[in-house]
Design a protein around this ligand. Structure first.
Ligand code: UDP
Length: 327
């Protein structure tokens, strides 16, 4: 029986992945320091056969050494995430993202375990050629703007993983997640869709930053997890970088209107200047669209969930959370 270790397994994507692997009959261990992950995301898995968890920081090399020695492969999802958090805690962002990945790769090398590493579409920076291809050039903003520390730290993670692959033959796969959404994602650290849903359900104003004409492609977490699972099974994926996301593009204003409609909400839509929303000089991306050619060719993966269905799932999730008095 395959034994998977998921770092960041109590997080949004990690907890969905844990569920999927348990369903596939795998043994799953997660490690999470609950910095942005939440115990309630995995509480329902606690009694499942083959599941166990460690509430610990991945930079604890002794714990990681033991967990890595016991597993067959590692899904490294633990990271500092969320634009708001990155801007308010840039030290933690850089240290966790780089230091944590160093520990994962060092221990994986010691026991020769395959590692799938979560990266991000942020590494494309201010790309202007759409859709983004995995081998495109990257254009980053200045180091005086905290937002870019996230992209830079994740790019270092990618470099480091690929270096382990090249120099010592460690099997690594890099996954560049685009905007992933679904139940359990929290809006606390800046992610737009859960925030819009909560405001819509509470009848509070929906805050759209900038002019709302910036666009994103939102991919359902269930589809994302299928892509991760498929990549983990593919020998051809080793040593490669893959985009994982949807190509269904929507402006943020349109997203606010759709959330409002689907939640049956009377909320106002309010425009907030970027400087007020984040910090002076904040740089947002106007567009962000993944090329899916590479992942399609490697594992025949396509996202299948339409955005409206995902919005409905998130609305249902937050309705239940509210009725349980948990939020
Ligand atoms: N956004 C917004 N209102 C919010 C949070 C975010 O209008 O309350 C905008 C944000 O400025 C960006 C888009 O929604 O243009 C997506 O933001 P998110 O932080 O979810 O993802 P990312 O910027 O990483 O794509």
């Amino acid at each position: 029986m395959t034994h998977a270790l998921i770092t960041g397994g109590a997080g949004f994507i990690g907890s969905h992945l844990a569920e999927r692997l348990l369903e596939a009959g795998q043994q799953v261990t997660i490690i999470d320091n609950l910095s942005t992950g939440q115990f309630k995301n995995i509480a329902h898995l606690e009694r499942k056969h083959g599941f166990r968890y460690a509430i610990e920081d991945i930079r604890n090399i002794h714990v990681m050494d033991r967990l890595v020695s016991e597993c067959d492969l590692i899904y490294h999802l633990a990271a500092a995430v969320g634009v708001e958090r990155i801007i308010s805690e840039p030290i933690e962002t850089i240290e966790v993202n780089i230091g944590g990945t160093e520990v994962v790769l060092k221990t994986a090398r010691r026991y020769r375990k395959k590692v799938l590493i979560a990266s991000t579409s942020e590494v494309y920076g201010k790309g202007t050629r759409f859709p983004f291809h995995e081998d495109d050039d990257r254009l980053m903003g200045p180091t005086t703007r905290s937002r870019w520390s996230y992209a830079a730290s994740k790019a270092i993670d990618e470099f480091l993983a690929l270096a382990y692959h090249k120099e010592v033959g460690l099997p690594v796969v890099i996954m560049r997640f685009f905007n992933t959404v679904g139940p359990r994602q929290t809006g606390q650290y800046g992610m737009v869709l859960p925030r819009f849903v909560r405001w819509a359900l509470a009848g509070e104003p929906i805050n759209v930053y900038g002019d709302g004409q910036q666009s994103r492609c939102f991919c359902n977490v269930r589809d994302v997890v299928e892509a991760v699972f498929a990549l983990s099974q593919s020998p051809a994926a080793v040593g490669q970088v893959f985009n994982i996301g949807s190509q269904e593009e929507v402006t943020i204003l349109e997203l606010a209107q759709r959330v409002k409609r689907r939640a049956g909400s009377g909320s106002d839509i309010r425009f907030i200047p970027y400087d007020e929303a984040y910090e002076a000089g904040f740089e947002d991306f106007r567009r962000r669209v993944p090329s899916l050619e590479k992942i399609r060719a490697a594992v025949e993966w396509e996202p299948t969930t339409p955005l409206d269905q995902t919005i409905d799932e998130i609305v249902a999730y937050y309705r239940e959370e509210t009725s349980n008095g948990r939020n």
